[in-house]
Write a protein that binds this ligand. Structure first.
Ligand code: PMP
Length: 393
């Protein structure tokens, strides 16, 4: 008998781009393609100290199975920080600790989507959210966006004209891939609209705390009067991704379901990782750590924007993010980003072509650049090489 796979796997294909980008792992390539935090900012020495402390103080619990919901002191710490930063009103019982926020995205698909159901998302949106949801065989409808977020009248039209919309996915702060942030007004208009249609929304916010200038905006979750918003976040960008600690914050009716799904998926998130991060926040100054990250990323963002301003032609547009890890470039329609990438790889510089961020494809003249993972001089050198290749078009 031949081996057969479940239908849901049919949509899961290795992307051609991922294959091309494999060569960017060579050290001589200047790669703006990844989304990695700067490893030199990981608090390695402090973590050695904390790991020893956790094992000495609570070794047998840290190495034992634990509750599905997560380590209570950590849930409490997360709730307190979220409320202080994003003006939400959540308690520890609203929090489920997940294995990175990626797991929370997968669970969201599992919780809400039957085959053929509709997911609305920003156009463009986070590539791996598309992959996570795809496993549940939905249809994606992309909502047009501008510099202030989803365009609300367009969203309303889509809500009026599509059936079986089960979920809206959005990244309001320093979006991956565009670096754009929703304005306060858009957030308010969005919540008013979904309150009318009563559709759950996933507010994915891994970057909100990495703000270089201005004030952190209230989360859409903070305006959620009908308990429709599911806030998802992570320590991957503010601390380190290797611990794999993320979370879902939502009202009881949702969080109970997420807990059931988590139980069936992996019982609970690593006990020792949760205790380490929790103890770190008790002993060390986490806010100072975040500030040291934002100081570095701000300089890297500046180096990238400045070099693009100096070297890109006038008809090439790019975003100027106020935080996060990415900027987004839009070229004239006759330049295809995939072709440009092939040329750029010969000059040992790389980026991610934009079409993978559009679930329904077909936008070929955009690309994403990451600036968090290398020093300013290398950023400037890479952008100059990229600009030189672009000029040949
Ligand atoms: N959401 C967004 C928008 C992201 O950019 C990322 C990481 N690149 C994630 C979720 C997943 O992060 P993690 O699983 O490490 O928490």
């Amino acid at each position: 008998m031949p081996v057969t796979f479940a239908e849901r796997t049919e949509l899961l294909k290795a992307s051609e781009i991922r294959e091309i980008l494999k060569i960017t792992q060579r050290p001589e390539v200047i790669s703006f393609a990844g989304g990695l935090p700067a490893p030199e900012l990981f608090p390695v020495e402090e973590m050695k100290d904390i790991a020893v402390k956790v094992l000495e103080e609570s070794g047998s619990q840290a190495l034992q199975y634990s509750t599905t919901e997560g380590f209570d002191p950590l849930r409490q710490q997360i709730a307190v920080r979220m409320n202080a930063k994003f003006k939400t009103d959540v308690g520890a019982t609203n929090i489920l600790i997940t294995c990175g926020s990626q797991q929370a995205l997968d669970f969201s698909g599992k919780l809400f989507l039957n085959p053929g159901d509709v997911v609305l998302c920003e156009s463009p949106t986070y590539l791996a959210a598309i992959s996570a949801f795809k496993a549940y065989q939905p249809r994606f409808v992309e909502v047009p966006t501008d510099d202030n977020g989803m365009i609300i009248p367009e969203l309303e039209k889509i809500l009026q004209t599509n059936e079986n919309i089960k979920l809206i996915y959005l990244i309001p702060d320093f979006q991956n891939p565009t670096g754009r942030t929703w304005s306060l007004e858009r957030r308010q208009q969005f919540i008013q609209l979904i309150n009318r249609y009563e559709i759950p929304a996933i507010e994915d916010n891994p970057y909100g705390e990495l703000r270089f200038e201005g004030e952190i905006l209230p989360a859409i979750k903070s305006m959620d009067t009908k308990d429709l918003v599911i806030f998802v976040s992570t320590f991957s960008k503010t601390f380190c991704p290797g611990l794999r600690i993320g979370w879902v914050a939502a009202g009881a009716r949702f969080i109970e379901k997420y807990i059931l799904i988590k139980q069936g998926a992996d019982l609970h998130t690593s006990s020792i990782s949760q205790r380490i991060i929790s103890r770190y926040m008790e002993i060390y100054d986490f806010e100072a750590h975040i500030k040291s990250i934002t100081d570095v990323y701000r300089r890297r963002r500046d180096a990238m924007i400045h070099t693009m301003q100096e070297n890109f032609a006038g008809d090439v547009r790019f975003t100027r993010p106020q935080g996060g890890l990415f900027t987004w470039v839009k070229m004239p329609p006759y330049i295809k980003a995939v072709e440009l990438l092939k040329q750029c790889l010969r000059q040992e510089v790389a980026f991610v072509p934009g079409d993978s961020f559009f679930p329904n494809g077909q936008v070929e003249n955009t690309f994403r650049l990451n600036y968090s993972n290398m020093p300013e001089e290398r950023i400037a050198e890479g952008i100059k090489r990229l600009a030189a290749v672009m000029r040949k078009y």
